[in-house]
Design a protein around this ligand. Structure first.
Ligand SMILES: Nc1ncnc2c1ncn2[C@@H]1O[C@H](COP(=O)(O)OP(=O)(O)OP(=O)(O)O)[C@@H](O)[C@H]1O
Length: 248
């Protein structure tokens, strides 16, 4: 089953000078259940726009989005999907636990249950010792874990991520990759993420969708048929990265 299906979606924006900018043309995308799909392509090819359309944050001009085989306009279970942005967007006046709790508060989950679920989630992302710490007291990697926890606390089946780890040091980014793979397998999640980093795409994704720019079109779906965990310096990973770079 597909958890996300994008069927011939196109999108243009009206620029301030009145010129129509065609950003996406006839996009097809299929995200099978429990898969990890990476969107890669040159800057400005429409990756974030596509992710925002899947998230329901933007409307396409034409085409249809299906979520769990339901047309997105008839889809109600939006809590089964969460979005992790490039910046961690943590509230500085809230502790790690209070930041993680946000989605549960919005959903009206009672206090006692909230407490239990937040503490389980902090455990899941390796932050149980830091529940009462404020964002400014945390390292970049830890802040990223809080943001991941906030995305996971509502137990989504679909996680969308827009360059979530691009600001992290390479070694911390590698740790976050391990975390994401562990949690995705444990929680049986499907993930769609945008990245500029082809190596990140190959290490994480079961499928990489290569987009061409102006207007954004799908050039190719590249299946990454390598066992996890994938070591970025393993010859088969390096070769896959090299081949993928040639397509960009
Ligand atoms: N709200 C908007 N109004 C007008 N133009 C927009 C809007 N949002 C995006 N664009 C334009 O659409 C194009 C695609 O933007 P988008 O952010 O989706 O690309 P991207 O592939 O994610 O880029 P990057 O890799 O640099 O983050 C760009 O030319 C951008 O300027």
């Amino acid at each position: 089953m597909s958890v996300v299906k994008v069927d011939r979606v196109s999108k243009s924006f009206m620029r301030r000078d009145g010129v129509q900018l065609e950003v996406l043309r006839d996009i097809e995308l299929d995200v099978p259940e429990r898969s990890i799909v990476a969107l890669v392509g040159a800057s400005g090819c429409g990756k974030s726009t596509l992710l925002n359309i899947v998230a329901g944050l933007l409307q396409p001009d034409c085409g249809t989005i299906y979520l769990n085989n339901i047309r997105s306009c008839e889809f109600h279970d939006w809590r089964s999907m969460t979005y992790m942005f490039q910046e961690d967007r943590l509230f500085p006046w809230r502790t790690a636990a209070q930041n993680v709790a946000l989605g549960l508060e919005a959903a009206g989950v009672p206090r006692a249950e909230r407490h239990q679920r937040v503490s389980k989630t902090l455990d899941l992302v390796g932050l149980s010792q830091f529940a009462d710490v404020y964002p400014h007291e945390l390292s970049g990697g830890m802040r990223s874990r809080v943001a991941l926890g906030r995305s996971l606390v509502t137990e989504p089946s679909i996680l969308l991520m827009d360059e979530p780890f691009s600001k992290l040091d390479p070694s911390i980014r590698a740790q976050m990759h391990d975390e994401v793979l562990r949690i995705a397998a444990l929680k049986k999640m499907s993930i769609v993420f945008v990245t500029h980093d082809v190596e990140e795409a190959v290490v994480l994704a079961s499928k990489v969708v290569v987009l061409l720019p102006r207007p954004g079109r799908v050039r190719e779906n590249v299946l990454i048929d390598l066992p996890y965990p994938r070591n970025p310096v393993a010859p088969e990973v390096v070769e896959q990265v090299r081949r993928l770079r040639l397509k960009l």
